[in-house]
Design a binder for this molecule. Sequence first.
Ligand SMILES: [Zn+2]
Length: 397
Amino acid sequence: MCAVQPPTGCTIEHTCEYTDAHRQISALALENCWATTALKVIHRVKTALAHPENTPGDALSGQKRQGRILRSMTAIERPRRLRRTPALRRLVAETTLQPRQLVLPMFVADGIDDPRAISSMPGVYQHTLDSLRKAAVEAATAGVGGLMLFGVPLPEDKDAIGSQASDPDGILNRGLRAIAEEVGDATVIMADTCLDEFTDHGHCGVVAADGTVDNDATLHRYVEMALAQADAGAAMLGTSGMMDGQVGAIRRGLDAVGHTDTAILAYAAKYASAFYGPFREAVGSSLVGDRRTYQQDPANRRESLRELELDLAEGADIVMVKPAMSYLDILRDVADRSTVPVAAYQISGEYAMITAAAERGWIDRRAAIEESLLGIRRAGADIVLTYWATEAAHWLS
Ligand SMILES: [Zn+2]
């Protein structure tokens, strides 16, 4: 009888490979029960030592047999070897997280004297022009790669076509001028090029008489908005409205007046997500209903590749996937195919979920934030828009 016992938890009657009686069925038993190669090898070695007389290769000399056993032992794959110390783990880390890869979304609001807290996004504020300047300097000093600015106009300044969006004195354009003056080219100044903050109905485009969002009429407004933002100092425009042809229309509009160096960060794949909830509070959205006639259906994957191809053909300089964490497969698809840098937006609901869980002590806040950002990078994002950009940049530098 073989003295070698099977691993704990094995429910199949133990058979020894090297006793004549069980030679035939032991391989099958091992296959069914001891799932890993490592266990099989350990078993084989132990058994060979227990039954040297039955070990295949009986004819070999003791020394050769010893060599064979050692070879089988060294054949065990041990990935843990590279995880043993922090230095080893750092040496072999496949994905990096650096301040330059992070972009901070910011909100600037009209008509407020002090920064206004956003209740569903603790730690995020609607800025005054003054506090915006300070926060922009802090982010740039921390090495954050870019700032994406959203405007929050006074409710009474909203109208059907979002006039404030293209008004040089609209809050977003004033905010852009303020941070351009403050940080210059120390970081990349980006503007949200969409109408939803500025329309009284809250949609991202112009609404037609029948209540639908009018794609082509909206493109004209996007171009007007883009020109005002480029004039105000935005180096890059975030086309987030999901209108067909928006990248091409804006590119042509910019080029026609000499803004050939203003880049376009195209929201290539943007899904109609429940996780935007807190953002609606952040920008004081007036939206009733949803955006499912222009943002993508969360059920679709292939459609994002079509959107990607169109945006690349229309002249996108960077393409983005939004949201991030529920769409990491899309991000990977886009990263595998894109010929330009890829960004992902870790959105308000993602921020809110981690923040809320951490506040309750359910997760380790910093570890969860870092893991979430690393996961988005690993899935294929060169650039991550995150409300933690400045804080994470401090940790990382
Ligand atoms: Zn929008």
